[in-house]
Every structure is written in C-alpha cells, then in structure tokens.
Design a protein. Structure first.
Length: 99
C-alpha cells in the first residue's frame, strides 16, 4: 500500500510486526518459539487453554506477518520462528523506542 511521502516502509513494517504481536497468546507463542533451538512440532492447543480454531487464527496472524513459518507434517504442523524477520522486527521496534 502506498502512503505517499509521509509514511516510510520502515513504519509500515514496524506496524505490521507490532500488530501481529498485539495479543498475549501471540506473544506467548513467539516467546515459546524464540526459545526453541529447533522447531516446535507439538500441538500448541495442548499447552494453551484455547480452542484449536482460535489458536489457528493466532498462528495465521503471526505467519501472515512473517514472524513464524510452518510446515505441515501430518498429523501435526511444525512451527519455527522466521529468524530473518524476527531479527528485523526486534531491530525495528528497538529503533522505534530509541528514536
């Protein structure tokens, strides 16, 4: 989306990441995945007290923002932090608060 000269690409990216992180369940998922040395292949709905459909929506939001990636391995899905975008998100948010 083109916001003209007033909104930078950096602001758009920062907002996209911040929006994806804007829910406690998504923050929990990101913290869990960022602490894993490898991908998480368990069923997150067994860890979190929410419906699978609700969890699926949260995971979709994180995946759409590029913060996580997943591979279907029937009957489970393996989720990982997207390390490149995770690093970018951390830097953009850090820069925002240090400006």
């Amino acid at each position: 989306m083109d916001y003209g000269e007033h909104i930078s690409d950096k602001q758009v990216k920062t907002a996209r990441y911040a929006k994806a992180m804007g829910h406690p369940i998504r923050m929990y998922v990101l913290e869990l995945l960022s602490r894993q040395s490898c991908c998480y292949s368990g069923d997150l709905s067994e860890v979190l007290p929410i419906a699978k459909s609700t969890l699926s929506q949260h995971l979709k939001e994180l995946k759409d923002a590029g913060l996580i990636q997943g591979e279907i391995e029937a009957p489970r899905i393996k989720y990982c932090i997207n390390t490149e975008n995770w690093k970018e998100a951390k830097e953009l948010i850090k820069e925002f608060f240090n400006e």
